[in-house]
Ligand binder design. Structure first.
Ligand code: ADP
Ligand code: MG
Length: 374
């Protein structure tokens, strides 16, 4: 079983703040214990997932398409039964094998990829939809408050088709938040927006969630989005939880080669352990894994740790340059043929084929037993 605790220090580096956070007793709003879900008996879509979300926290489920993110959200919402394990909301058992409390009783808010607004209802009525148990005056006040918080004042009489994508998303959010959900579930909420709009909505949503102190589970396949939004990130791969940590720890101290590779540009350099040191083509690194003498390992290096300096006598060659505005990302071939990447300033322009010497400053290298599958 891979729990939030079990993954600790698989990468071998210090991690004390995150550990302290994990062990500190905190009021848990949502807890999954060894949850598995399967659409077909032989192939679990989600396997043995355990994590908890604390009150007011923004937690991101991050992973490639098909890794089980939506299935987890659907299980939390009560749309999907669990094969094994338990889900607790505010301490109450809501899902276990053969037992699923209906969605209406869970008090979760949901915004899915397609916002699923009611096309025949005006904005105000879309938002008020779940408030029928309240008096008319109370309903109007709550809707007005939400319109104000999400910047939709003046749009209350419009129909969904008269709104932009960003405005439709605000309506969907308002409709979910107006009910004061125990937890807000967001499934790739920015994927239908153009990049500019998505970035603006991300910032707006972050401010709004902080102000409302709403516990949120945000699903995304985009690590930049997870980094920008999350207090903690759960990285998923093939239905299993690989690591749960702060964005900084996920990036700098990835627990597995998959995480290292998924959350940013990473190169994996083979090395051999001799007397506690890993010897590689790019130099020597301390062996944090305490491997046996002669063991083969790989060193994960990010491009900002590799600095290329033109030098005619050097054996490495520039293969390609990718201009990224604020930086140049170089692909460089080492004498052995291994490719690595180097991030240089946006004004450092070198030609393809140029010989460069590589200087490595190991600020966030991590030693693994093996490279991720290609
Ligand atoms: P994600 O949201 O991370 O892209 P999903 O949770 O949608 O992943 O899917 C996880 C796995 O379950 C995938 O292999 C997907 O093909 C499968 N799956 C999802 N929904 C269904 C379904 N309704 N019936 C059968 N298989 C499904
Ligand atoms: Mg999905």
């Amino acid at each position: 079983m891979m729990t939030t605790d079990a993954r600790t220090n698989r990468a071998g580096a210090g991690n004390t703040q995150a550990q302290a956070d994990l062990y500190r007793p905190a009021s848990s709003i949502l807890e999954l214990r060894s949850v598995s879900c399967a659409y077909e008996p032989a192939r679990p879509a989600v396997h043995d997932i355990s994590f908890l979300a604390r009150e007011g926290e923004i937690l991101c489920l991050l992973g490639p398409s098909g890794c089980g993110k939506t299935t987890i959200l659907r299980a939390i919402a009560g749309f999907e039964p669990v094969r094994s394990g338990e889900i607790f909301l505010s301490g109450r058992l809501v899902s276990s094998s053969g037992h699923t409390i209906p969605t209406e009783e869970r008090h979760v808010g949901m915004v899915f990829q397609e916002y699923a607004l009611f096309p025949h209802l005006r904005v105000a009525d879309n938002i008020a939809f779940g408030l029928r148990h309240l008096s008319k005056g109370e309903r109007r006040n709550r809707v007005q408050e939400m319109l104000c918080l999400t910047g939709l004042e003046g749009f209350e009489r419009r129909y969904p088709h008269e709104l932009s994508g960003g405005q439709q998303q605000r309506v969907a959010l308002s409709r979910a938040l107006v009910q004061n959900p125990v937890v807000l579930l967001l499934d790739e909420p920015f994927s239908n927006l153009d990049p500019d709009m998505a970035s603006r909505m991300r910032q707006e949503l972050h401010v709004l969630l902080r102000r409302m102190k709403t516990t949120t589970i945000l699903v995304t396949h985009d690590h930049d989005e997870a980094f920008a939004m999350a207090d903690r990130i759960a990285v998923l791969n093939k239905g299993a939880l690989e690591q749960m940590d702060t964005p900084e720890q996920i990036y700098h101290v990835p627990a597995t080669p998959f995480v290292a590779d998924f959350v940013g540009q990473a190169d994996f350099i083979p090395g051999q352990v001799r007397s506690g040191t890993v010897h590689t083509e790019l130099g020597e690194f301390p062996d944090t894994l305490q491997s046996a003498e002669g063991a083969s390992v790989v060193v994960m290096i990010r491009p900002d740790d590799i600095h290329a300096v033109p030098d005619r006598s050097a054996g490495s060659r520039i293969v390609a340059r990718q201009f990224r505005g604020s930086e140049n990302l170089y692909t460089i071939r080492l004498p052995s043929g291994q490719l690595v990447h180097s991030s240089e300033s946006s004004t450092s322009v070198y030609q393809e084929g140029a010989a460069v010497e590589l200087r490595v400053s190991a600020t966030h290298t991590v030693i693994f037993r093996e490279a991720p599958p290609a």
